[in-house]
Design a binder for this molecule. Structure first.
Ligand SMILES: Cc1cc2nc3c(=O)[nH]c(=O)nc-3n(C[C@H](O)[C@H](O)[C@H](O)COP(=O)(O)OP(=O)(O)OC[C@H]3O[C@@H](n4cnc5c(N)ncnc54)[C@H](O)[C@@H]3O)c2cc1C
Length: 386
């Protein structure tokens, strides 16, 4: 059967794209997923929401997405999805001038963020040890969401607008004719489409390799610990801290704290997410974060999450068409940042499907072929661990 658009993958990226295609009346849209909506890495996401990035187009995507999250009930017809706990970014000592430049750039792009001193941060976020913090960036509206819920809400809203969804349907290959992708192969036979959107996250590489595109995406395994707060409490806000190389945030209704790490394991494979969690890794996370938040010394490990990032060489996503190939738009390689930008990414990808792309952002820096061209993203004021 022939469709106008087939979206492969219903994580936050594919589901958001499907919703935006329906909003643009892109015709007959079919979404296929080997699992269920949000069942891939989106359901394992720590789902922090922040505007603090070093590359201006990333900030544009985050700010625009945050606007959509703020209007969630009216956009998708479901309850609110973001908990606005506040967010702090602590960089390495010596990187404060870059921090100030980045905050200025983020403010110019509409982000609600400001520089605070260590003492001010300690007042905003009681419990944080700030002896080594001269300045930090603070976003009063930062916080976190839920990847599975966002993917599910986008898919439900897309379906109400006429999009068809077939969960439990792995695609085995992209079908090509000459220099055109014309559809996908499923176990029930081929499905044809004018455009295929590939939003298959960590599973993308072999599908692209089979049509001759070698995507430099590497899987990277990450552990996340959910800690049961002790008597001294838990995280007072969401925080990314270069000094301890951890991030943390409140979890649940405040009785637990989520802790993740900057460091991941390579090589890894998508299936590594399904292996049992490594209890030592969880204990190490708790210990590292307790150097910033001593209350966590008394926290017990409640459970752990394993997830895999789809890392590109510049840790930015690959969004757009492949050179010399019609009929395919890819949105993959989100490198551990895909949740918070997914609402705006869906808009941008849908605009690339129905026309020349969005008017509010230049998506050229994210083009998939930039690695082959040697034109990687280089932020003007980077951090050592950016
Ligand atoms: C542990 C962890 C913590 C994270 N923390 C944050 C964070 O704090 N903030 C943030 O912004 N981002 C974070 N991320 C990143 C973010 O969660 C991801 O970038 C985002 O969820 C990716 O969404 P996706 O839709 O691209 O991929 P996925 O959610 O993985 O969706 C891909 C979908 O494609 C389907 N699929 C794959 N192959 C096929 C096939 N052949 N046929 C049919 N279907 C297929 C899968 O079943 C899946 O549903 C984190 C990620 C992890 C793992």
């Amino acid at each position: 059967m022939t469709h106008d658009v087939i979206v492969v993958g219903s994580g936050v990226t594919g589901a958001s794209t499907a919703f935006q295609l329906a909003e643009r009346r892109a015709g007959d849209v079919l979404v296929l997923d080997q699992g269920a909506a949000g069942s891939g890495m989106s359901s394992r996401s720590s789902a922090l929401i922040r505007m603090h990035y070093t590359f201006p187009p990333e900030v544009q995507l985050a700010v625009r997405s945050d606007g959509i999250f703020s209007r969630w009930p009216e956009v998708v017809g479901a309850g609110g999805v973001v908990k606005r706990t506040g967010f702090a970014r602590i960089v390495m000592p010596g990187e404060e001038s870059n921090l100030r430049e980045n905050v200025k750039m983020q403010q110019s792009l509409g982000a609600d963020t400001r520089i605070v001193t260590g003492e001010e941060l300690a007042e905003i976020a009681p419990g944080l040890l700030v002896d080594d913090v001269a300045e930090a960036a603070y976003e009063p509206n930062g916080g976190f969401g839920d990847g599975a819920v966002v993917a599910g809400d986008f898919m439900a809203a897309a379906r109400r607008r006429g999009v068809r969804f077939r969960p439990g349907t792995p695609i085995r290959a992209l079908l090509t004719e000459g220099d055109r992708v014309v559809g996908v192969e499923t176990d029930d036979g081929p499905e044809h489409a004018g455009t295929v959107v590939l939003a298959t996250g960590v599973w993308s590489r072999p599908l692209l390799r089979d049509i001759g595109f070698h995507a430099p995406i590497e899987c990277e395994l990450h552990h996340v610990a959910i800690l049961r707060n002790g008597p001294a409490g838990g995280a007072p806000l969401a925080c990314i801290d270069s000094v301890t190389a951890t991030y943390f945030r409140p979890e649940g209704s405040g009785e637990t704290t989520l802790v993740g790490s900057f460091e991941g394991g390579r090589p890894a494979a998508p299936a590594d997410a399904d292996a049992p969690v490594d209890q030592d890794a969880l204990a190490e996370l708790a210990e590292a974060a307790s150097r910033r938040l001593p209350a966590l010394e008394e926290a017990g490990v409640a459970r752990g999450v394993r997830g895999v990032y789809d890392m590109t060489p510049d840790a930015r996503p690959m969004i757009g068409r492949l050179p010399g190939l019609e009929g395919l738009v890819v949105a993959v390689g989100f490198s551990g940042m895909g949740f918070k930008i997914s609402p705006a990414v869906g808009e941008a990808v849908a605009d690339l499907v129905v026309g020349d792309g969005p008017s509010w952002i230049d998506m050229h820096p994210f083009r998939p072929n930039r690695f082959a061209e040697g034109d990687l993203v280089v932020p003007p004021f980077p951090y050592a661990d950016d």
